[in-house]
Design a protein around this ligand. Structure first.
Ligand code: GDP
Ligand code: MG
Length: 181
C-alpha cells in the first residue's frame, strides 16, 4: 500500500540588523554548530533544512541569509520574491536592533505578498537570550502586544549559541504557512 506523500518547498527569509545573529541562527538550525568568530555574510547565502513534519508530509525549507545588505535597512524585491515566510531577528542586548524591527516588517510587507494577496507569516526572534535578563524581555505581555500590533504570528527568545527555541520558532512559522495554504 502506498503512503500518501505531500512535499512542500518553502523559501524563508532571515532578516534584521547587522550582527543580531541571523547567520548564526541558520548555522545552528541547519548545521548544528555555532562559532563566536564574527564573519559578516557576503553575497546571498542559502541553506536547506528538511523537516519530516508528519508521516505524510515533508517540508523543505530554503533559508535565505541576507548578504551584508543590512546596512541599507531594506532589501530589494528580488531577494524577497516568492518567499512564504520570514524571521525578523533582533539582539536583546542592543535596543536599537529592536527599534529596527518595525522598519524591517514594513519593508517586507511593502514588497511581498502571498499569491492570495495576504501578507506572509513572520515570526519575531529575540536572539542572544543566553546573555542574561535584558530590559526588553522583562515583559512578555508587551511583546505579545507588539506582535499583535505589527502582525507577527509569534515571537520567541532564542539563542543560537545555546540552541534555545530555534526549532520551536521554525515549527511555529511552518505551522502558520501550512495553515495559510
Ligand atoms: P548577522 O550579522 O545577523 O548574521 O550576525 P552573526 O550570526 O554573524 O552574529 C554576530 C555575532 O553575534 C557573532 O559574533 C556571533 O557569534 C554572535 N551571536 C550570534 N548569535 C548569538 C547568540 O545567540 N548568543 C550569543 N551570545 N552570541 C551570538
Ligand atoms: Mg550574517
Amino acid at each position: 500500500m502506498q503512503v500518501p506523500h505531500k512535499e512542500h518547498l518553502y523559501k524563508l527569509l532571515v532578516i534584521g540588523d547587522l550582527g543580531v545573529g541571523k547567520t548564526s541562527i541558520i548555522k545552528r538550525y541547519v548545521h548544528q554548530n555555532f562559532s563566536s568568530h564574527y564573519r559578516a555574510t557576503i553575497g546571498v547565502d542559502f541553506a536547506l533544512k528538511v523537516l519530516h513534519w508528519d508521516p505524510e508530509t515533508v517540508v523543505r525549507l530554503q533559508l535565505w541569509d541576507i548578504a551584508g545588505q543590512e546596512r541599507f535597512g531594506n532589501m530589494t524585491r528580488v531577494y524577497y520574491r516568492e518567499a512564504m515566510g520570514a524571521f525578523i531577528v533582533f539582539d536583546v542586548t542592543r535596543p536599537a536592533t529592536f527599534e529596527a524591527v518595525a522598519k524591517w516588517k514594513n519593508d517586507l510587507d511593502s514588497k511581498l505578498t502571498l499569491p492570495n494577496g495576504k501578507p506572509v507569516s513572520v515570526v519575531l526572534l529575540a536572539n542572544k537570550c543566553d546573555q542574561g535578563k535584558d530590559v526588553l524581555m522583562n515583559n512578555g505581555l508587551k511583546m505579545d502586544q507588539f506582535c499583535k500590533e505589527h502582525g507577527f504570528v509569534g515571537w520567541f527568545e532564542t539563542s543560537a549559541k545555546e540552541n534555545i527555541n530555534i526549532d520551536e520558532a521554525s515549527r511555529c512559522l511552518v505551522k502558520h504557512i501550512l495553515a495559510n495554504e
